[in-house]
Design a protein around this ligand. Structure first.
Ligand code: FMN
Length: 208
């Protein structure tokens, strides 16, 4: 049943590499979720999205003197960049992490952005979409472990987008246009769209 209060979802782009495909993949995931919400027979609640690009957030390496787990509000942080990051994440109700695999893990910039805060993440639901040569499953498992330690409620279902062929892989390496289109049944990763929707449906379960 729809409620008046909007459910605010952060779509976190986990890569801030100089050339990258993360924003395209996040946009693809965003479109899949928006399409699923539009098609839902009775929208469960109003959903709004905040696409969080860590490159634009531009945090330095962790530089807070305090332990985030002991800080309960934005005022408790020493630096304005942390207070701004705290306010942005605190305003969100759930997270969709879209992350590449790097050396079997997730990017350092994503770990850094997570480490800056604690209570702003904790207790909220999240789903993981990884990408890489074979779908980035090691990255997803590592991110899952970190999020669990931070008391984030990670969905059991996750999505791994594997690079389908060498040409596509090279485009990813170079940050080139991938031709992703959430409405094209014949496009790249069309078959994985249902997995995104399944994880999304799990994220929306109230106890999650
Ligand atoms: C330092 C580095 C390490 C990487 N390690 C892996 C890896 O372990 N497994 C994998 O499938 N891809 C790996 N890749 C390839 C990335 O998944 C690929 O370049 C992807 O496009 C990165 O996402 P981005 O373009 O959004 O930054 C690595 C890329 C870099 C730059």
């Amino acid at each position: 049943m729809a409620t008046d209060k909007a459910f605010k979802v952060g779509i976190i782009i986990g890569s801030r590499r100089v050339v990258r495909v993360g924003p395209q993949i996040a946009s693809f995931v965003h479109d899949i979720i928006k399409n699923a919400e539009e098609k839902a027979a009775s929208p469960r609640r109003t959903v709004t999205f905040d696409v969080v690009d860590l490159k634009a957030v531009d945090l330095p390496f962790f530089d807070e003197p305090g332990i985030p787990q002991r800080i309960q509000s934005a005022d408790g942080y020493a630096h304005e960049h942390t207070r701004a990051w705290s306010r942005r994440v605190a305003a969100l109700d759930a997270f969709v992490f879209v992350t590449p695999q790097r050396n079997w893990s997730f990017p350092a910039e994503l770990k850094n952005a997570l480490d800056f805060l604690f209570h702003e993440w904790a207790g909220k639901p999240a789903m993981i979409v990884s990408y890489g040569g074979h779908g980035g499953h090691q990255c997803a498992e590592q991110l899952r472990a970190v999020l669990r330690a931070m008391r984030v409620r990670v969905t059991e279902k996750s999505v791994g987008f594997a690079f389908p062929d060498p040409d596509f892989r090279t485009k990813c390496f170079n940050g080139q246009e991938l031709g992703l289109d959430a409405s094209n049944d014949a496009g790249p990763w069309a078959a994985q769209r249902s997995e995104v929707v399944s994880a999304w449906d799990e994220l929306l379960i109230p106890e999650y």
